[in-house]
Design a protein around this ligand. Structure first.
Ligand SMILES: C[S@@+](CC[C@H](N)C(=O)[O-])C[C@H]1O[C@@H](n2cnc3c(N)ncnc32)[C@H](O)[C@@H]1O
Length: 236
């Protein structure tokens, strides 16, 4: 993959998810195997990675970074390659996704990522005894109601081929993963969070986060391709 766009992503989705094969792609300086068990990285995720890179580069105190719901490993592995002295934790609820992510680490000779399985569907439970400075994550982001709506089917036909567990949340609002991540990050004293969001529900999520966590975090919205896509939170 050279230039990476939504169009290119949709081509890969149509090819990979229909054929069921595992295929290697060049993306973000890595060789990344993808198959039907993982999300095909979204262009907005590459922006998320750039935002995280800038933050890590500027901030020496960020030593441990967690990528929650790593899928193919694209976030953790790109950052781990760029910052070989930092430690990375990459988690997923899907064994099949972790298998791909671990293979991708091996293929790219990346050794500073520890992979952890989440066994109870509660975001952050698999890292609750760890010290984490920064969370960079693209969690599941579509409520089951939105997923089943005609609007979603019309606007995002390719998404219907994606692994359901990768994109659909267990609640009606689609906000639970984000609220859980914030709530469970409090006792870990996580200093920064960069979360990729659903542009259709970001405003609602932003209001809710500001209301519930304003005493702990300062918030900012980051755009990707003209859409509100990323929420940045900083303690203090
Ligand atoms: C939207 S995908 C993102 C994949 C990858 N990070 C990317 O950006 O391409 C969300 C990922 O979260 C995983 N996931 C879902 N629930 C989870 C949980 N409670 N804890 C950890 N991972 C979870 C899914 O299996 C999926 O791989």
């Amino acid at each position: 993959m050279g230039f990476y766009s939504i169009k290119r992503r949709n081509e890969i989705i149509n090819f990979l998810y229909d054929s069921g094969i595992t295929e290697k792609y060049k993306l973000n300086g890595l060789t990344v195997s993808l198959n039907k068990n993982v999300l095909v990285p979204h262009p907005a995720t590459l922006n998320l990675i750039e935002q995280a890179s800038r933050l890590i580069y500027k901030n020496r105190q960020i030593r441990v970074i967690a990528d929650l719901g790593t899928g193919s490993g694209i976030i953790a592995l790109t950052l781990a390659k760029r910052f070989p002295r930092r430690k990375f934790l990459a988690t997923d609820i899907s064994k099949d996704a972790l298998k791909i992510a671990k293979n991708n680490a091996k293929e790219n000779n990346i050794k500073n990522v520890k992979f952890l399985i989440n066994t109870d569907n509660i975001w952050l439970n698999e890292v609750k005894n760890k010290k984490i400075d920064l969370i960079v994550s693209n969690p599941a982001f579509v409520s089951i109601k939105e997923y089943n709506s005609n609007k979603f089917r019309k606007n995002y036909p390719e998404s219907l081929k994606e692994p359901v567990a990768a994109i659909v949340t267990k609640d009606k609002s689609g906000l639970t993963p984000y609220l859980e991540i914030f709530n469970n990050s409090l006792p870990l004293k996580v200093r920064y969070l960069l979360l990729q969001c659903n542009s259709d529900t970001l405003d609602r999520l932003f209001r809710r986060l500001k209301k519930e966590f304003k005493l702990t975090f300062k918030f900012k919205i980051i755009f990707s391709d003209g859409k509100k896509r990323i929420i940045f939170a900083r303690r203090g």
